[in-house]
Ligand binder design. Sequence first.
Ligand code: NAD
Ligand code: COI
Length: 332
Amino acid sequence: KRIFAFSIRKDEEPYVKEWAKSHPEIEVGYTDELLSPKTAKYAEGADGVVVYQQLSYTAETLQALADQGITKMSLRNVGVDNVDLAKAKELGFEITNVPVYSPNAIAEHAAIQTARILRQTKVLDEKIENGDLRWAPTIGREVRDQTVGVIGTGHIGRVYMQIMEGFGAKVIAFDPYENAELKAKGYYVNTLDELYAQADVISLHVPATKENTHMINSSSIAKMKDDVVLVNCSRGALVDTDAVIKALDKGKVAGFVMDTYEDEVGIFNADWRNKTFPDKRLEDLIHRSNVLVTPHTAFYTTHAVRNMVLKAFDNNCELIHGKPADTPVKID
Ligand code: NAD
Ligand code: COI
């Protein structure tokens, strides 16, 4: 049997080799190129493919794989919002993802950035680099004085809650599917509006579904406390960026952490040095002292990357042997 992997980065290569070494019965091939209608042919003769990319898995791309008889696809990441699932269903694809490769990677990043915003470290760093070593007016807010509202108490949201509690914050949460343990401990508020009314920091840990698109918008922001800090290490589509910019300008929102951005595809994870930066709105956000932009790197740790590669190959191995994979993606 043969598995072919697309867009393998240098930092993933050792883990691909580690997996191949422990599975000598499987022929493993890979490329650093993204899967597209043009590159699909590299997988010729493979029984399954292992992929990760923010570029869409379009109908045309899926068709190019299916034309070669390949319908078993294992994603190395969580999100499947860039897969044309209707086409995948039509072509009889079986898809797996890696839903839990390291919730800590993302939760820890979100927590670090939350604390940095509250202590104004970006402003301090800029001042210090410019020789201004005065304290005022760069005064911080202590995490323990904040009520932190967590939207989505799945794998990542729960770890974020623990870390913020470790800092001493009061943590409240909202999730339509409540976790029994958290419920028993009294973390949940009944509605998002209650969370908006009480939270000093709001962190999003929900998927980008149709219902959740732009859940943070001018009317939800209007329900929030003054000087609220917004944290989005989840998906760009959850936030109406223009609404947040207006609220930052008015001073209603005191800080914005964004590891994800609604127009990030083609911009994040690219080198714009010596080139014209392609997005004026993002450029403006990057240069604001109360906005922390990271280019979708919350997940990017050695722990997470190793798990993503090993688990995706394990999944694909199950699929190509006709066995049920641990973490199938529901296609309906
Ligand atoms: P999960 O499936 O374990 O948890 C998601 C939770 O969100 C579920 O409990 C669900 O009931 C809840 N939810 C859905 N809609 C909601 C709403 N409107 N209000 C409140 N709760 C709602 O997922 P996870 O592993 O915790 O990941 C969360 C998200 O993080 C993913 O969907 C993905 O978009 C994002 N993510 C980002 C990175 C990154 O590098 N920045 C990496 C991995 C995942
Ligand atoms: C996911 O796993 O869904 C992510 O958001 C991280 C991705 C950039 C690998």
